[in-house]
Design a protein around this ligand. Structure first.
Ligand code: IPT
Length: 264
């Protein structure tokens, strides 16, 4: 009995920690897990790799627009598939944290601290989650009559966060920075430290994910927590329920704001 996981780059912390939880939960249920990592931005090819290995069901952690997800679903035919990073309006089974609430909570926190000049460091253009987080930030800022002080972009990696901030330094710094994931926040903080900018004294930084490392940053990172462990466990349980023809509970997952020491 075999499950398949099609995943984004496992060099990234969040997909790696999700995959780890999936593997453990699948093993506990007596399932072998086959992993296919996306390369070259070709979701269909990645899913076909899994189908060729005759998996019984598929977990798809690839950023997909609604139409693309529906095509992948069609590719899977009668085999159950569950999507972890898809536009919510897609007509496919999903298991994911709502980006909208998490991103809004981050803005509300910074505004409550009195910040008015808030900058953005977003993820890659092609990521559905990055686009949703950005849209929610913009909406939440607008609700407070604010517009972004600056808008930067990275590719989810720490290095890209570092480079985005270096391009902005030494001046033109906002009072606070919303970052679409913790890894980019790590790089951004490194660039700020290098320029002697005090966190949170001169700039507040808030991340997104709460990966296992985020409590160990210096200072420990304030962030929007997606419980990646729980996401992995739940996705396997829901896929197995689909496989057994049970009705799948779609109880909503909820992000939580984790207050540590990078915001003030
Ligand atoms: C999403 C992470 O939040 C982000 O940090 C990045 O790793 C991205 O994945 C990679 O695709 S989590 C995803 C389940 C929406």
């Amino acid at each position: 009995r075999t499950l398949g996981l099609a995943t984004s780059d496992l060099a990234l912390m969040a997909p790696a920690q999700i995959a780890s939880a999936i593997q453990r939960r699948a093993a506990a249920a007596g399932y072998h897990l086959v992993i296919a990592m996306e390369s070259g931005n070709d979701a269909a090819a990645t899913v076909n790799e899994l189908l060729a290995q005759r998996v019984d069901g598929l977990l798809i952690n690839l950023p997909l627009q609604a139409e693309d997800a529906q095509q992948i679903q069609a590719l899977c035919g009668a085999k159950p598939a569950l999507f972890l990073d898809v536009e919510p309006q897609a007509a496919v089974a999903q298991c994911q944290y709502p980006n909208h609430y998490g991103a809004r909570a981050a803005v509300e926190h910074l505004v409550a601290l009195g910040h008015r000049q808030i900058g953005l460091l977003n993820g890659p253009e092609r990521s559905v989650s990055a686009r949703q987080r950005e849209a929610a930030w913009h909406q939440a800022l607008a609700d407070h009559q604010l517009t972004p002080h600056c808008s930067l972009r990275g590719d989810w990696s720490a290095q890209s966060g570092y480079q985005a901030l270096l391009a902005q330094l030494p001046d033109a710094l906002p009072q606070a920075l919303l970052v679409a994931n913790d890894q980019m926040a790590l790089g951004a903080m490194r660039a700020l430290h290098q320029h002697g900018v005090a966190i949170p004294g001169q700039i507040s930084v808030i991340g997104y994910d709460d990966t296992a490392e985020s409590a160990w940053y210096q200072p420990p990172l304030t962030t929007v927590r997606q419980d990646l462990q729980q996401l992995g466990v739940l996705s396997v349980e829901r896929l197995l329920a689909q496989l057994q023809g049970e009705t799948v509970s779609d109880a909503a997952l909820e992000t939580a704001l984790v207050l540590r020491e990078t915001t003030a």
